[in-house]
Ligand binder design. Structure first.
Ligand code: GDP
Length: 218
């Protein structure tokens, strides 16, 4: 299936997001969880930069994605929430709500995917992020990254552990082998199609020309 993806902007605050009513799916996860790798694997191009130094960015990179005959959507790549710990103390580590750009993105009530590393089930800040998402967005799901790193026997136990901690199902994926990516697209399409973007027309709209000039930052 043909996938086209276009970088739209790096958003720092509420006024920087596109405002044309296209459904948004935000990707949330700790630094180093494999978010950039997963985005690149999903889009089949290197749009997102993988991190040598985790958690450096405070910006949300926005990509417009069109896949086959599915309706277009925005993927919102939020900063890893380990970042907030470094700059705002321990309290920040437990909730992405403390991160300004995450707040701005979630004001828009996007659908959301929480990425967790399948090798580390139930980390406190992942749990806090899920509690926070559960009270903030209606359309949400958990994705388990780096499943290729676990042998068959370990997988079953790890997935069972994650599902019991989060009390929800988890979709295992690998950016390296491509496992689970078709299922993830189906999940994204489902979340996006049931997501009703709120009307934010009071916000400043970014002129398309200006958007085209902006480049992804990390
Ligand atoms: P981010 O900080 O969440 O954007 O994480 P990155 O995408 O930069 O990945 C962090 C590290 O995990 C990098 O060394 C990646 O090569 C590695 N990684 C990411 N996804 C996978 C995966 O699916 N399988 C394996 N084996 N390694 C992965």
């Amino acid at each position: 299936m043909k996938i086209s993806a276009e970088f739209i902007t790096s958003a720092a605050g509420p006024d920087d997001f596109p405002d044309d009513g296209v459904p948004e799916v935000a990707l949330v996860g700790r630094s180093n969880v494999g978010k950039s790798s997963l985005i690149n694997a999903l889009l089949r191009q290197r749009v997102a930069r993988t991190s040598a130094a985790p958690g450096k960015t405070r910006l949300a990179n926005v990509y417009r994605v069109a896949r086959g005959s599915s309706a277009p959507l925005y993927l919102i790549d939020l900063p890893g929430f380990g970042y907030a710990r470094a700059v705002r103390g321990a309290e920040a580590a437990v909730s992405p709500a403390f991160d300004q750009v995450a707040e701005a993105a979630f004001e828009r009530h996007p659908a959301a995917l929480l990425l967790v590393d399948v090798r580390h089930p139930g980390l406190e800040n992942d749990r806090a992020a899920w509690r926070w998402l559960s009270s903030t967005v209606e359309q949400r799901a958990i994705v388990g990254t780096k499943i290729d790193k676990l042998a068959r026997g370990q997988r079953i136990r790890a997935l069972r552990d994650i599902e019991s901690v989060f009390e929800d199902s988890v979709l295992p994926v690998s950016a390296v082998t491509g496992e689970g990516l078709d299922e993830l697209w189906k999940l994204i399409d489902k979340l996006a199609s049931t997501h009703n973007p709120i009307n934010l027309h009071h916000r400043k709209r970014i002129p398309p020309k200006e958007m085209a000039r902006r480049r992804p930052k990390k």
